[in-house]
Design a binder for this molecule. Sequence first.
Ligand SMILES: Cc1cc2nc3c(=O)[nH]c(=O)nc-3n(C[C@H](O)[C@H](O)[C@H](O)COP(=O)(O)OP(=O)(O)OC[C@H]3O[C@@H](n4cnc5c(N)ncnc54)[C@H](O)[C@@H]3O)c2cc1C
Ligand code: FES
Length: 353
Amino acid sequence: MFRVAPLRPGRRLLAAATAMTTPLLPEDFLGLIDPLWSTTQLRGRVVARRRETDRAVSVTIEPGRDWDGHRAGQYVRVGIDVDGVRHWRSYSLSGPQDADHLTITVQAVPDGIVSQKLVRDLPIGTIVQLEQAQGDFVLPDAPSPLLMVTAGSGITPVMGMLRTLDAAGAVPDVVVVHSAPSAEDSIFAAELAAMAERRSGLRVITRHTGEQGRLDLAELDELVPDWRDRDAYVCGPSELLDAAGTHWAATPDRLRVERFTAPARSTGGSGGRVEYGDRAVDVEPGTSLLEAGEAAGVLMPSGCRMGICFGCVLPLRDGQVRDLRTGDVHGEPGDLVQTCISGASGTARLDTP
Ligand SMILES: Cc1cc2nc3c(=O)[nH]c(=O)nc-3n(C[C@H](O)[C@H](O)[C@H](O)COP(=O)(O)OP(=O)(O)OC[C@H]3O[C@@H](n4cnc5c(N)ncnc54)[C@H](O)[C@@H]3O)c2cc1C
Ligand code: FES
């Protein structure tokens, strides 16, 4: 004969709560009491902020219980409300991968909506929206000699990797070549120097571009003579990434890059009037359909904002659009348009969610 095992006290309470709260689940109420308990939306609470430079802060976030953790080098999409409008941006995780809390390090860009908010005005306790960590800018399981070439805030995913290796006591042969305008602007400079003192495998070469000028990758022959024998990780402004693509053209599988900003846009084009559902918006030449829609208050899906993730696609009902990277005009009714890298070319209509 089967016996039904008695419920443990916690389960009994939950079962009772479920019976009392049906058709809502207890989690729905717990999500109201503590936003981090929500099972429908992943959220995080800002628990610490640390100033890194005049323009950069590290923000530590306690994630909701559904957070799956991350691999060093990955990034997280953060949704944050600025003047009542939710904006999503991606930030690399600068903390070690086994940490309970996640840390992002943000450098304010001039006129940047989200980065200025994160750097200047984000009180402890703020609730932010999160997605699970993403990205394949991660270390291989058994790292060979490594070369990290970073500039500005491009150091953040590399810092996540170095902190992870350091915490595991296993820093392999790594050379970091990091550029920043000045010593004061160099994020993590003191920690990198201390780590290099402690770990014989790590060599850090710092470039202050304000005094020494920008790094020309041809200089690697002198700075890191065995650069060809290393797995290279490059993160920084578009020009650096484009130059890296050319520099490693003969051995592209040795190179991994992480892009923070979209490649340069082609100039020209006519712009035009685009209907987003029932809303008509005039889109200037060179402005993306995503930016124009957001500016007009249309609820737009988005992701990487640079043509990689397809998180921003909307169906084209009619008309054509212009690829802002190439200048090509294209489109058939029913095509899915990447709104972050497409502009207007005359009139068009998009279906909105
Ligand atoms: C995978 C990934 C990881 C990223 N990791 C980090 C990170 O660790 N730290 C970090 O600070 N940023 C990171 N970024 C960039 C970040 O997502 C935002 O783009 C950046 O904070 C600017 O957002 P904003 O809302 O302040 O600027 P917006 O209001 O979107 O843009 C304002 C102006 O600044 C320009 N701009 C946008 N981004 C940059 C930039 N990065 N540098 C210079 N000009 C820019 C825009 O073209 C625009 O003219 C990452 C981006 C990606 C895709
Ligand atoms: S937002 Fe990622 S492709 Fe457009």
